[in-house]
Design a protein around this ligand. Structure first.
Ligand code: ADP
Ligand code: MG
Length: 616
């Protein structure tokens, strides 16, 4: 058989490598910023257009390159940062693989201006798809400017795979945060579509965090400091009470490099054990310094994973350091009679007037009037009229609901269609046949025996289908807020809200201005209490980050799930008998009454014969 193996031409090899190094515009941003840092820049400017899809430019005042180096820098495995294998264990630069520029040039239009201190004039190069199309001398300041245009111009499949500019911008902001947090001493400017997004002067870590995440973060930060032979740890953790549903602010840096480490993350989370709720995430900005010889960074081209020589020790040190910081922060005399008690009042309450608790007396209340059934089993929950399940999913408009709510209070109606009610309809005899078990389950009887319903999951299902319906028929009803709510978010969280805004509007949110770090809300969906809005948006951002959904359907789905989870009655809540019954009826009017939106069973049936067996 003839020989069939051939070496790939360089431009093909580069394109393949590019697939690993450059996943999206944010990867280019990361590589260019890191090159600027390695070049010793003190000021770095990042300019992007349309989420980096049409333009990414990084301008630095670093050492620059000679004309020859400028040309060579685009070759694969061309690097000034290491020379021999041993250098890998004594790295002090971000880059070392020498493949970023080669990869980027393989899949975009690149233009570079660069000049060293010594040279009189600089170089200006244009490269398109790995080919140098022009090289000229140019008058340019010391340093390097890299312009990357039309990313993936020659790989349509990759280009089409890119998300909206909003989404890509969010990824770029994340990358920018990581790099700029690791290098607080360098000043950064970030322009998006001509607007300044960040202006970060050279500062310390604390100030850098504040400049990136807004002044409000100041009061959340607790310093962390520890020096051992194995590792030096510095940075900040967020106070436990500021733990959030979203994972937003979690940063590990090892030797000034952002890394992901589920293992170390676990160490931090376990230090917070018992101080925060299970579903909340602690925020942290932790800087670890270790001997470069004790780590291996070379396990992935993007260099965000690291192998440590002694992970276990690191884990233990990290955990106890954080516990210590938390302890110091918590150590406060709990009873101190000399103290002025007013100083202890939390900020928000300091200037508020004390209000007399109000007592509302319902003068119409008549305890002997029997059929005073209430429609709502939660103040914020709108009872749907029992029209039969078909009507629940075909655009009933809100006014209709309202009109009929008064007249259709009879729950023992003939509308129950759930399959468990075999044979005749109307299996609920009277209201007294439901009861609540351990504030968790609702038990009710059916022909063949009984059903035990998980109250929280049942309510989730009911709300989920209602929200889904609202979004799909675009009939979200909102209630206008008397005073607009202004909620503070980080820039990247605001970007997410911007992304899902349309869907939020269809469920009934009304937005005023969405600014860089603040969102104004002027209306909320009918069933959403004002006090929950912040929590719900927080949850949404977190779900959104984790599921990473962008297309219309899954967005709607995530939104409905989040809202239903946030608003459903919880285990532990007492429901009166009307509410129990209303919930049961609503549940069995659902399209899928058997499973919760999160795929958990909602009820179990126990038949008479099941019970009989127990008595054998
Ligand atoms: P690496 O960073 O891994 O060395 P790159 O492909 O990113 O590989 O860059 C190749 C080389 O080009 C670098 O080693 C460096 O010498 C040079 N270079 C890249 N960007 C800059 C810059 N902004 N300023 C000065 N030199 C640069
Ligand atoms: Mg590099």
């Amino acid at each position: 058989m003839a020989d069939i193996i051939k070496l790939l031409p360089d431009h093909v090899a580069n394109q393949i490598a590019a697939g690993e190094v450059v996943q999206r515009p944010a990867s280019v941003v990361k590589e260019l910023l890191e090159n600027a840092i390695d070049a010793g820049a003190t000021t770095i400017k990042l300019v992007i257009k349309e989420g980096g899809k049409t333009l990414i430019q990084v301008i630095d005042d670093g050492v620059g390159m000679s004309a020859t180096d400028a040309r060579l820098s685009f070759e694969r495995h061309a690097t000034s940062k290491i020379q021999k294998a041993e250098d890998l264990f004594n790295l002090h630069t971000k880059g070392f693989r020498g493949e970023a520029l080669a990869s980027i040039a393989a899949i975009a239009h690149v233009e570079m201006h660069t000049k060293t201190e010594e040279d009189e004039v600089g170089a200006h190069l244009k490269i398109e798809g790995s080919t140098i199309v022009s090289q000229e001398v140019a008058v340019t300041p010391k340093g390097t400017s890299m312009m990357v245009k039309n990313l993936f111009f020659n790989i349509p499949a990759r280009r089409n795979f890119l998300k909206s500019s909003q989404v890509e911008l969010r990824h770029i902001i994340e990358e920018f945060q990581r790099v700029s947090l690791a290098h607080a001493g360098i000043s950064f400017h970030f322009y998006n579509n001509g607007n300044e997004l960040f202006n970060l002067p050279s500062s310390n870590h604390r100030q850098r965090i504040v400049n990136l995440f807004g002044g409000k973060i100041k009061e959340k930060l607790v310093p962390v400091d520890e020096e051992t032979q194995v590792v030096t740890i510095s940075g900040f953790i967020n106070k436990p009470e500021y733990a959030k549903k979203s994972r937003g602010e979690q940063f590990f840096f090892v030797n000034d490099r952002f890394i992901r480490s589920p293992y170390l993350h676990h160490a931090v989370v376990s230090a917070f054990d018992g101080l925060i709720k299970k579903e909340n995430h602690p925020g942290y900005f932790l800087y670890l310094t270790v001997d470069p010889a004790s780590i291996d960074i070379n396990i992935h081209p993007t260099k965000t994973e690291i192998k440590f020589d002694d992970e276990h020790t690191l884990y233990a040190i990290l955990r106890s350091t954080i516990k210590h910081s938390l302890g110091q922060f918590n150590v406060m005399p709990s009873l101190d009679f000399d103290k002025n008690q007013n100083l202890e009042t939390p900020y928000e309450y300091k200037d508020k007037l004390v209000q007399q608790p109000k007592i509302n007396v319902d003068s119409n209340f008549n305890p002997f009037k029997e059929e005073m059934l209430r429609t709502n089993y939660r103040p914020n929950f709108q009872k749907q009229p029992t029209k039969g399940w078909e009507s629940m999913y075909v655009g009933i408009d809100a006014e209709d609901d309202e009109k009929e709510a008064d007249t259709s209070i009879t729950y023992e109606s003939d509308t129950i269609t759930g399959s468990i009610f075999e044979g005749k309809k109307s299996n609920f005899e009277t209201a007294s046949t439901t009861f609540q078990l351990r504030r968790k389950y609702i038990v009710t009887t059916i022909k063949s025996g009984m059903v035990v319903i998980d109250q929280s999951r049942a309510h989730q299902r009911v709300l989920y289908e209602r929200f889904l319906k609202n979004i799909t028929i675009k009939g979200g009803v909102s209630q206008q807020l008397l005073f607009p709510l202004r909620l503070a978010f980080t820039k990247s969280d605001c970007a997410i809200i911007q992304e899902i805004k349309e869907n939020l509007i269809t469920v009934g949110f009304v937005f005023g201005a969405i600014e860089e770090e603040e969102v104004e809300i002027t209306g909320v969906p009918l069933s959403v209490p004002e006090s929950e809005v912040g929590m719900i948006l927080d949850q949404l951002i977190s779900d959104y980050q984790q599921d990473f959904v962008v297309d219309g359907f899954s967005q709607t789905d995530v939104l409905s799930k989040t809202l239903s989870k946030s608003l459903a009655v919880k285990t532990g809540e007492i429901l009166d008998s009307d509410s129990q019954l209303a919930l049961v009826n609503d549940l069995f009017a659902c399209k899928e009454s058997g499973v919760s939106p999160f795929n958990k069973p909602i009820y179990v049936t126990i038949t008479e014969s099941d019970i009989d067996k127990k008595f054998l």
